[in-house]
Write a protein that binds this ligand. Structure first.
Ligand SMILES: Cc1ncc(COP(=O)(O)O)c(C=O)c1O
Length: 374
């Protein structure tokens, strides 16, 4: 194991000052690189003003208000109200409660091989029994469809409160929605009065070349759930819907979702700065040219496929043994790679969005050299 002494930009350093090029970014979280100076300044400056006060509506805290406004400005009109939480998973839980509360219905539909987090509700949505069995009973009334199956869409019915899907299935192997799939699901949801919730926890905040992944697929969901990259390395989660929809969480019961540290001023100051960097720079569009470079460079007979979009990429190796060897050996050679939870042949490549072309070339050369020896 590496004992981390410091991290900067695309690199992590251990106690002996060995340098590791980071192709994982804390699992898609460190969107603008490690220890970005502007984020450090935002945290420091907010910490000197005030840190934690109260969160149940007694005070307006500027960083969270500014963050919510900036998000709304950059989202479709129907996504204009945001609730901040401590993690992506908690935001997902909040969104499930919102959908049940709004529709008065219990049934939730999720996709097989999905991953939405590890709390009891989010875990229930994970369409993989072996990971759920030891923790049962989980929450009732959750049913599963095959991601990308147009036939399964008929399972969304008048009893359904919401359909929850990852915009791009992550742990399953970075599987993109088929053309027209998400909009067909949305259409059916609308017909039966259910809500479509898209989990943007990995795809959000510029990783796919757009601020949110759904913008690539011509489908505006009723609720988006995100976190990871929004914090720029600081823990945050959020769910966004229309104000009208979000308002139902205020009543019957009052404070329908409670969280002490949600919208914490220091954390939202860091997130606000992260979002500004992503929006005001060329980072988002550069993810697509960086994707191209990865695809050009990573040409090897042991790599059967490169999946994903932008800087949410994974290599599908010929078998899981090769994937394993590559991840382990890369660490010895100064490159951080990682596995996916469900697709065992996959090797994750989700570097900071700020990674340079030179760093991409350096990391790809390490990968190719290792594969030559396997
Ligand atoms: C698609 C997706 N949903 C939910 C989660 C859970 O997010 P967190 O661990 O930040 O709560 C993750 C984390 O990997 C994820 O990738």
């Amino acid at each position: 194991m590496i004992e981390v002494s410091r991290a900067k930009g695309s690199y992590i350093y251990d106690n002996d000052n060995n340098r590791y090029l980071d192709f994982v970014a804390g699992v898609s979280a460190c969107s603008v690189g490690h220890c970005n100076e502007e984020i450090i300044n935002a945290i420091s400056s907010q910490s000197q003003k005030y840190m934690h006060v109260m969160v149940y509506g007694e005070f307006i805290t500027k960083p969270s208000l500014d963050l919510a406004k900036l998000l709304a400005k950059n989202l479709p009109e129907s996504l204009n109200c945001t609730y901040f939480t401590n993690s992506g998973t908690e935001a997902l839980e909040g969104s499930m409660k919102l959908a049940r509360r709004h529709t008065g219905r219990k049934k939730i539909i999720a996709a097989k091989n999905a991953y939405h987090g590890s709390t009891m509700g989010a875990l229930t949505l994970m369409g993989l029994d072996e990971r759920k069995k030891p923790f049962e009973p989980l929450i009732p009334d959750v049913e599963f469809i095959d991601f990308n199956s147009f036939q399964d869409i008929h399972k969304i019915d008048e009893k359904t409160s919401c359909v929850i899907l990852e915009t791009i299935q992550g742990s399953a192997g970075f599987i993109l929605p088929a053309e027209g799939y998400l909009s067909s699901v949305k259409k059916k949801c609308k017909e039966v009065g259910a809500l479509l919730i898209l989990d943007e926890i990995q795809t959000g905040i510029g990783r796919t070349g757009k601020l949110f992944g759904f913008e690539n697929f011509y489908c505006v969901p009723d609720i988006i759930v995100y976190g990871k990259g929004l914090g720029g390395g600081i823990p945050i989660g959020a769910f966004t819907s229309s104000k009208k929809l979000m308002d139902v969480l205020h009543v019957n019961p009052i404070l329908g979702h409670i969280t002490t540290f949600g919208a914490n001023p220091v954390i939202t100051a860091a997130a606000l700065q992260t979002l500004k960097i992503v929006l005001d720079s060329k980072i988002m569009e550069s993810t697509l040219s960086k994707e191209k470079l990865f695809r050009q460079k990573l040409n090897h007979k042991l790599i059967s496929q490169i999946r994903g979009v932008g800087l949410m990429l994974c290599l599908i190796m010929n078998d899981s043994e090769i994937a394993n060897k590559l991840v382990l050996e890369a660490k010895n050679k100064g490159l951080i790679l990682f596995w996916l939870l469900i697709e065992k042949r996959a090797v994750r490549i989700t570097p900071p969005l700020t990674i340079s072309e030179k760093e991409i070339e350096e990391g790809c050369d390490i990968i190719l050299n290792i594969l030559d020896t396997i």
